[in-house]
Design a protein around this ligand. Sequence first.
Ligand code: URA
Length: 232
Amino acid sequence: MRLDKFICKSTELSLTDAVALIENRRLVVNGIVAIEAFCQVHKNSVVTLDGETLIPRNSRYFLLHKPTDMICSNIDEKYPSVLNLLDVDRLSELHIAGRLDADTTGLVLVTDDGHWSFNLTSPKNRCQKVYKVLLSRPISSDATQRFLEGVLLQGETKLTLPATLDIIDPYNVLLTLTEGRFHQVKRMFATIGNRVKSLHRQQICDLELDVEVGHWRSLTPAEVEGLSVNDQ
Ligand code: URA
């Protein structure tokens, strides 16, 4: 983590204040005076401010059920940010791990642990995301095979990774992906001549959505650990 972020996570100071303290040479990392805000510190680093050791607060991890007409962004734009649903302190320190479109509903993870979210959303991780899809036309008989083989999304040069399609009825399907390209589900159905009418993410890895729309809860330590990727 960057030193300026570490200071914010250990004190009530703003990022601007943290940077000013570093510029004034008041931070020492492992015995050496820090001069750059972006200097990296790790969980075993000893960081002092004016001689006092800084201990960062524990990271926070939330699951929330995104409604439509809210956006996965830290700031409100045309629609309000989903972070408005969380009534917790220091909202500005949080970010979203794996975005959904404004018209998509479902499971969104929010944290202040950049390392955890980076690993979780990395394409290398191959974490499964399950989407419930309502289609505008009946699903074609070759869709399962085509998604399994991979399709070429418009404007891209690499086939999508094998994806699993479970057909509930001709208009309702479950699609399981292990990657997260831009508008991937909608674009995959476009390649087979169909259109997504509504989209809902119901699962990320082993974690299933279990709160009502617009509601949230903290992840348990076991869930956080279960979603952690060993990046050694
Ligand atoms: N794929 C999409 O097309 N939209 C989403 O919100 C998520 C996945």
